[in-house]
Design a binder for this molecule. Sequence first.
Ligand code: PNW
Length: 462
Amino acid sequence: MDRQLDLQCDRFPEDFVWGAATSAYQIEGAAEVDGRKPSVWDTFSATPGRVQDGQTGAIACDHYHRYPEDIRLLAELGIQHYRFSISWARVMPDGRGIVNEAALDFYRRLVDELRKYNITPHATLFHWDSPQALEDRYGSWQSREMAQDFAAYAEAVVSRLGDRITHWMTLNEIMCFTHFGYGVQVPIHAPGTVVRTQKQVWQTSHHALLAHGLGCQAIRSASPVPCSVALVDNFAVPVPLTELPADCEAARQAFPFCGYNGGILLPALTGEYPSNWLAKMGEAAPEIQEGDLATIHQPLDALGFNVYSGVYVRAIEQAPGYEILDFPRGYPRMHMPWLQIVPESLYWGVRHISETLGRSDLPILITENGCAADDELTAQGEVMDSDRILYLRQYLSASHRAIREGYPLKGYFVWSLMDNFEWSWGYDRRFGIVYVDYATQARIPKASAHWFSTCIRHNQIV
Ligand code: PNW
């Protein structure tokens, strides 16, 4: 009886969204098929020294041709929601102007295949693969024109696919393709242009925020039916070192100043760059034209939260009242330098959003959570990734806690359905719950896939 009660308590809400995520450049391949032209990632990965071992997404998981098999796998695993992205360079090979209907047919076939198995599609319009043509024309995100062009692209997609996709996401992780694409001396993301000043870097993310705002408007006006529109962000999460009130308050104070939160997430959610953030940035703050903030601040149906790690914060006496702690050398992490295991970051991320907005009714979806592990295929042809299960189980527990405490966490997409092109790390880092043998393109569900599937079937952590 007690055991029965425990099981009941561990369950997720009946309508909880269980999903898996991917992105176009990381899995599709078929770089030159059906009229697609290069994106900045094709150019970047073809530049020697940018990507590990000179790898590119030209073939990747060949998902463009193997999507029926991949979708069957989703169905077999009982995954009812699928987040994928649409390639701008496929749909509008020159970035603007002519729409490539062959590309849209591919996405139609993909979505129809999903619907065959009752899997709900969640489409991200931009996951970093800007058309190279726009980079050549005006430096892509360095120009305000990029926001207009993104909105026109969004309009083109949604007016054609809006009959079969109703869950839309505008941009994935603005900080990665702007600050890491333009602002770091050793470029780790495309286009890898190093601009001169911090102000210019913040200008690129301001333009991305404008693209998000205009994109939201374009989606809503082009959709033939009511639809859901979200932004996907990987905001930084200060986690209180202890949950005593002083440390919790310190984490709350730190939130706008952690990572890029003050310059990306907060303007999108509140329509303002926080005044104390602007004061701190001084000269480096972006130039904001009249009306920009109203454009950026669009009503959202959900916030997509990509969470992998967090930072610990404690209260201190001196101003500003909080201290962001470094990780000790031996702190546990997964197979990436930045992938310290901080499961509470999921819970605290959700809580910070609610506290920042002063309300807790904006639905939050975990649009990515997962990890790279040093996966090995055994002689029996299995991948026993108990380390990934350990990681995922803890983050799912933190999801359950957020729900138990009444926060509006509505779903969870594991990153990723399958191993794929991990950007500047190439194929060396594996984030999938399904193993990809790139020599044969065989898909082999790892132990974590079977575990995740069981969680979904029981609607609880097993
Ligand atoms: C996300 N960090 O990027 C992306 O959305 C995915 O495309 C990617 O494959 C996945 O996470 C794994 O890397 C991130 O430095 C990039 O903390 C960098 C960080 C986090 C996520």
